[in-house]
Design a protein around this ligand. Structure first.
Ligand code: PEP
Ligand code: MN
Length: 674
């Protein structure tokens, strides 16, 4: 039966044509990348030029925006394309003893369709010659095959961002004389797979690798009458479904494993943490070396000497040579109870003189030292760039101020204990540095359309962080109280889609931990500045917090409230001046801008200003925002709404899109152009 109408066929032909053009263009792009790499080989240029990548993304975002393509989709696609290009270029810069054959044999642990096999395929996709993959039952068998020359390479998983380090892998690296020549980060997306697409409630048994079961245990805990059962690996669990032909059985595995056997995916992304990555190292018999112009990491394993302070002395050598440590892991030494081997990754290349010298001195401080290899970095940490962000060190405090500060009850919040400014990194945003940040968004999250629209707009205008209230402190119990967790889900989605970190308020200690799972920053509202149970609870979690100044709080009371959070462990507090109650009624509160220089003198914590709640009237906000920046605030927080008259809360103080955009333009003199 052919019900396809001719126009549909015509359109599909056009689409096919477009896809052809896209793929052809990609191939041309790839050729060009190769040629650039050839040129770079003869010039002192680095491969990964963060600045240039940022510029390219920005340019493409604007083109997409102008031409009607989805800018977010374009940015996402280009991240993948640029990562691929970088890896292609690195291939040119690798000096490897290329085996005199047209293919490499690569081992992984598990069966086809298991995450390791997908990672292997992905890692070697940039190689110009053929790759043959071979699965092994155990890590040991796989590593032995490399040692014995049956394999050219193997992929060894060393850590997972949810489950942590894989001990056996570390032990094998120390024990066997093999080298690390690369690393690969693989995103793990667990799916629930079954023979047919049936409702989850009918599933009675779920099979998977124990690690996968553990990474999805929250999803599993919610299922009734369903047993979780450990199996060899994720892909074999899928094979078992095919063998058993039991409709009520399911497996947790990758999408590819399901596709391989033509099975149905009942639910995607079922892991506790959506951001779930496994880091693999690529192991080979001999070391490979990489041009010093590409960002490399070096891995080594050592045992400290049997002397007091030996571990510190060993690590001190790396610090002395300015080598940035990216990982430190310890494992018990074989047959030597309470003695440890330390695994270290640091940024640097064995070809660098600095690294060579550091290793010589390090050897002298250890009782065992083995270099595992140098290889291009994949999970480079974005370190706060001191030059770009650090404010000039606060002038040394005058003895008089110092004496009066020493008498204050707060110690951790005080400059007395920490002279340098505290910088707080949230995603790629740094709060507390030279460049003031802008947080923008609705007073309350009201609907998906509302928050998505606002997120898109504020992102385009250059905002750094998205705000949105879900639990609202309202003066009257009859007012809109917020969408709670439903709102948080929408705010989270908007943040993900537009790549903006999010901030939302919590009012009750029981909400702190669940909200912290979704929100990049938590907010304590003005009315809760002295809610001590809330302060203590937030003090015990590992999430930055914006602490608003209470309506009747003095600066010292405010800093003491911050001290509650700091003294319970959480050092990432951002203060927010939002106006205090005075005799003046012309504005909602009185914005106390003098708090900014006073707080900056007394405390190292970042301080931002919220002119929206202070003024209560949108017309005053541009002037007060400029004033906040002029007085040295580390940022501002602004309420924005597409239709303020229809807003469910704080409409009169919300900026419409055009006003917000105009304000952002004005603020460029403080923030630079985005
Ligand atoms: C808010 O930021 O949504 C808010 C309620 O602010 P404040 O606690 O400053 O009134
Ligand atoms: Mn508000």
């Amino acid at each position: 039966m052919n019900t396809t109408r001719p126009e549909l066929n015509e359109k599909r032909a056009v689409l096919d044509e477009i896809d052809h053009t896209i793929v052809e263009a990609l191939s041309k792009r790839q050729q060009c990348v190769d040629e650039i790499a050839q040129i770079k080989l003869n010039f002192p240029a680095t491969i990964k030029d963060r600045h240039r990548e940022h510029e390219i993304l920005e340019r493409l975002y604007n083109i997409a925006d102008k031409t009607g393509a989805d800018p977010q989709l374009v940015v996402k696609l280009y991240r993948l394309i640029m990562d691929h290009s970088r890896r292609l270029q690195e291939e040119h810069f690798a000096a490897r003893s290329v085996p005199n054959k047209s293919e490499s044999v690569v081992g992984y642990q598990g069966s086809e369709g298991a995450y390791s096999s997908l990672a292997a395929r992905d890692y070697f996709s940039v190689r110009k010659h053929d790759i043959k993959l071979r699965g092994y039952e155990t890590f040991l068998a796989m590593m032995e095959a490399v040692r014995d020359g049956q394999l050219d390479y193997c992929l060894l998983p060393v850590e997972n961002t949810t489950a942590g380090s894989i001990n056996e892998a570390y032990d094998l690296l120390a024990r066997m004389d093999l080298k690390i020549v690369g690393e690969h980060i693989h995103r793990v997306e667990h799916c629930l797979v079954a023979l047919e697409s049936i409702p989850i409630s009918r599933i009675r048994k779920i099979l998977s690798h124990p690690q996968a079961l553990q990474q999805c245990n929250r999803f599993l805990a919610e299922l009734e009458n369903c047993e979780a059962s450990a199996y060899v690996d994720t892909a074999m669990a899928v094979e078992k479904l095919v063998l058993d032909q039991n409709l009520l059985q399911a497996a947790i595995a990758s999408e590819q494993a399901a596709n391989l056997h033509g099975l149905a995916i009942i639910k995607r992304d079922i892991a506790n943490q959506r951001e779930n990555y496994t880091r693999f190292v690529i192991v080979k018999k001999e070391a490979e070396s990489y041009d010093t112009r590409i960002a490399c990491k070096t891995s080594l394993v050592f045992a400290a000497r049997d002397e007091r302070g030996a571990l510190l002395a060993a690590l001190g050598v790396l610090a002395e040579y300015g080598l940035n440590l990216t990982k430190l892991e310890s494992r018990p030494r074989t047959n030597l109870p309470w003695e440890y081997l330390f695994y270290v990754d640091f940024e640097g290349n064995l070809l660098d003189d600095k690294v060579k010298a550091a290793l010589m001195y390090l050897a002298a401080k250890t009782s065992f030292l083995k270099v595992l290899g140098t290889y291009p970095t994949r999970n480079a940490q974005m370190l706060i760039d001191d030059k770009e962000h650090k404010t000039e060190k606060q002038e040394t405090l005058s003895p008089t101020i110092l004496r009066s500060l020493e008498k204050k009850a707060y110690k951790l919040a005080s400059r007395v204990g920490r002279a340098e400014d505290t910088l707080i990194k949230v995603g790629h945003v740094v709060i507390g540095g030279r460049r003031p940040i802008v947080i923008a968004g609705p007073c309350s999250v009201e609907s998906r359309d509302q928050v998505m629209g606002i997120a898109q707009m504020v992102k385009k205008a250059g905002a750094d962080i998205l705000r949105g209230g879900c639990f609202k402190p309202r003066t009257s119990p009859y007012d809109f109280q917020g969408l709670g967790y439903e709102g948080l889900e929408l705010l989270y989605e908007a943040g993900q889609r537009y790549e903006l970190p999010i901030v939302t308020e919590v009012m009750h200690p029981i909400d702190v931990k669940p909200v912290a799972e979704k929100s990049d920053i938590l907010q304590i509202g003005a009315r809760n500045m002295q809610n001590f149970s809330l302060l203590k609870e937030i003090g015990s979690i590992d999430r930055p917090v914006i602490l608003k100044r209470g309506l009747m709080a003095t600066i010292d009371e405010w800093l003491n409230a911050a001290e509650y959070i700091l003294s319970h462990g959480n050092q990432r507090v951002i203060l927010c001046e939002r106006g205090i109650r005075t005799f003046e009624t012309a504005t909602r509160s009185t914005l106390d801008l003098s708090a900014v220089p006073v707080v900056k003198e007394r405390s190292h914590l970042p301080i931002i200003v919220d002119p929206s709640h202070a003024s209560g009237t949108w017309q005053y906000i541009p002037a007060l925002s400029n004033a906040a920046m002029a007085v040295g605030a580390h940022g501002i927080m602004i309420e924005v709404h597409p239709e303020p008259t229809k807003a469910l809360s704080d409409g009169p103080q919300a900026l419409k899109y055009d006003t917000f955009e105009a304000l952002m333009k004005q603020l460029e003199s403080y923030r630079g152009e985005d």
